[in-house]
Every structure is written in C-alpha cells, then in structure tokens.
Write a protein that binds this ligand. Structure first.
Ligand code: ZN
Length: 412
C-alpha cells in the first residue's frame, strides 16, 4: 500500500532568497485574488447582488442544490489557467510573466478546490488573500523530483531560488512528490515535502486490543490503565497567552508596542503548537506500536456527549467554565490524535475503529448493567448491581474497547 507522508523543515533562506520568497508569495496572492474577482463578477451577474458583503452572505446561506447550480457557472481550474495566459498580457500584470507559472496555476487550483468545498457545504465561499495574514503566503512546487531536490544539505527550489539552506530535523524517506512553502506569523519560512512511501504492511508484533477514553482532565486513558495526561507546560503557555492577549487588546492598534506584542503572541502560539505536535506524535506512536487494534469514541458524537455528560452528571460546571478557545483547542487535539492513531494503525496493518460513545460512562463492564447511579462521583465508577469498582475513565475506555470488539464480531 502506498501512503503519503509530509516531512516539514524550517528553511534558513538568505536575505535575497527571502525577497524572492515574498515576491513569489505575492504573485500567487495576486493571481488567486484576480481569479476570485473573476468568479465574483460572474456570481454578481447570476445573483444580481453587487454589494460584496451582501453577496458573500447570500452565497454562504444558500442550500446545497443552489450551490451546485451556481458552481456550474464558474470557471474550472483548467479554464482559469487559460485566462492566466491572457492576464499576463495586461499592462498592469506584465510582471507576472516572470513569476513561477506552476505556483500561479496551483493557486488557481487551490481556489477552485475551495469553491468545490463551499459547494459541498464544508466551508464558506473563498475570501481574498491578504498580505498581512502570514498563512495566506504559501506557494506550491509540483513535480518535486523534476524541479526541486535535496543537494548538499540544501533544498533546491526552482525560479531563481536555487539552493535554500534548511534545518534537517528528521531524515526524509520515500519518493518526494510535491512541496509547499509557507510563512508563519513569526516571519519564518517552512517547507513541507509530501513523500510517497511504500508501506510494507508489516504485521505488527503486538497482539493486544485497547480502548481509549479521551477527556479534558486526562487527555487519554487506555483500557489497560495507562494514562497520557497531556503536557503540563502546555496549559502554562495557554494561560500566559491569554494574559498577553488581554494586554494586546488594550494597546493602541498599529503602535510600536502593539507590533511588538503581536510578534510575542505569535511566538507563544508557535511554542504551544510545537509542544502539542510533539506530544501527539510521541503518544500516538507509543499506543499504535503496542497494540494490534485501537478503538476510540466517534468524534462528532463524542463532542456532544462530553458536554451532555457534564450537565447530566452535575460536573459540567468545570467544562462550562473553560473558555471557548480552550475547548476549541482541546477538541482539535482530539481530532488530530484520532487522525494520527488511524494512519499509524493503517500503516502497520492494524485495526482502527471508532464507536458510538453513548452511555460508555454509565455501563458496567462486568455485568453490563446501565445506570446513572453507577457514576455518582466524578472519579470512580461503582456498579450498583454487582459492586464492580474502577476508575471512571478506565471504565469508559473498557466500554469503548468492548463496543469495538462487538462491532468486529458482527462484521466478521
Ligand atoms: Zn456491574
């Protein structure tokens, strides 16, 4: 089985390479925005709405069938590419002639892809790329083996960029297919190289199955009792971040201090993201290496049940008090953990299952008696029927595992 894996590195470009990178990102943004403007003009004609803001509101409120009808009027990536050739001849766009065409075409594909996602109801209609938003400065390099390469501890990039120094933080493996260069809010450039890897499908030597309960206080509790509690320094950084953000809000927008504070906050975000990424990689590797089968709670339902669990069992206060931001981060963390566990299990030829989390906290794993009364205190589970006693998170994880095993028995 072939799978794609991204290898991300920090670039250390020279000052002249930095100038080129910014210019390339700028050209990409202009083409993205020109193409979007082109689409919006068509949509203005189709809908009769000329005000941009009104048009966006209208587009994002449309039911699926109207979206499908409208997207048929919009140019495909292929026809946008053809328009690009014409645009380059325009007087105020002649400089695009020197830009890296592959990257420009790729930006048009990105736009077209975003429009299809809007059509499927997955996101809002694409918006204009802005220079001041770092994540709007990305560029893609397709056909890596032909136009790019890794030489002498440098990454070779096309369009006069040449050999760019990079921090070789991990060995690369597989066949590089394409790469994305992006800018972060701290002004650092990174490259993510997508490689095709032949998964040898080694049957994992592990034979055990495990269920996982994902929670807020304890990040992951396994049915065998093992707990991954998350990273303590992460919470400290998040608290610090909240404090700095309050300071930021009181500063005069655009002032020197405001700019300084903005960078400080961007760095803290970066630091928190690094810590979380590191934790997620390590913990999911440990779990997937040690088990042949992993069962987790289904995410969409789990989110709802976590908050419901809180209110029905009188310990929702804590959950509610957490800020929206905090919860969003935690939820995002759960999603990423599941994604990594899934691909690592597939990689090893193991089994990954997501099951409904309903009543996993109230069912007794010993006698299957389901009762709210089994769970009168937060931390422990005491079955009112058979007296089985265990830590509540472990009980949740055992029930998740049992549900996974039952699903497996039904399908095989
Ligand atoms: Zn029981």
């Amino acid at each position: 089985m072939k799978i794609l894996k991204a290898f991300k590195y920090k670039l250390e470009p020279t000052s002249s390479q930095i100038v080129l990178l910014y210019r390339m990102a700028g050209c990409g943004r202009v083409v993205f925005n020109d193409s979007l403007e082109f689409m919006l003009n068509i949509l203005k004609n189709e809908t009769g709405i000329s005000d941009k803001k009104e048009l966006y509101n209208h587009l994002n409120d449309l039911p699926p069938k109207d979206r499908i009808a409208l997207i048929k009027k919009l140019p495909t990536a292929f026809s946008l590419n053809k328009h690009l050739t014409q645009w380059k001849k325009k007087e105020d766009r002649t400089w695009l002639g020197e830009a890296y065409t592959d990257n420009l075409q790729q930006r048009q594909k990105d736009l077209s892809g975003s429009a299809s996602e809007w059509c499927k109801g997955k996101r809002g209609f694409p918006v204009f790329r802005q220079r001041k938003l770092a994540h709007h400065s990305t560029m893609r390099f397709v056909n890596f083996t032909k136009y790019c390469g890794i030489e002498n501890r440098h990454i070779k990039l096309p369009n006069k960029l040449g050999l760019v120094k990079y921090r070789n933080s991990q060995p690369i493996s597989g066949k590089p297919k394409h790469a994305t260069v992006s800018l972060n809010a701290c002004g650092e450039w990174h490259i993510s190289i997508m490689c095709e890897i032949e998964s040898s499908n080694p049957q994992s030597t592990a034979t055990t199955a495990v269920g996982i309960d994902m929670g807020i206080a304890k990040n992951m509790t396994l049915s065998n009792g093992l707990v991954f509690s998350g990273v303590h320094s992460f919470k400290r950084i998040m608290d610090n971040l909240a404090k700095e953000q309050r300071k930021f809000a009181r500063m005069v927008k655009g002032s020197a201090n405001w700019e300084k504070q903005k960078l400080k906050i961007a760095r803290l975000h970066q630091k928190a993201a690094n810590i979380r990424r590191d934790y997620q990689q390590k913990s999911t590797t440990i779990i997937s290496n040690n088990h042949a089968m992993i069962v987790v709670e289904d995410l969409k339902v789990a989110n709802m049940s976590k908050s419901a669990k809180g209110s029905s069992e009188q310990h929702g206060k804590n959950v509610k008090q957490k800020s929206g931001l905090n919860r969003a981060i935690l939820n995002q963390g759960w999603g990423e953990l599941r994604r990594q566990l899934k691909y690592k299990m597939e990689w090893q030829g193991g089994i990954f299952l997501a099951v409904s989390p309903h009543h996993t906290s109230q069912t007794c794993p010993a006698c299957l008696h389901k009762d709210k009364a089994n769970r009168t205190i937060q931390a422990s589970f005491v079955c009112v029927e058979c007296g089985f006693t265990e830590n509540a998170d472990i009980v949740g994880a055992i029930n998740v595992l049992n549900r996974g095993l039952a699903t497996l028995a039904k399908t095989s």
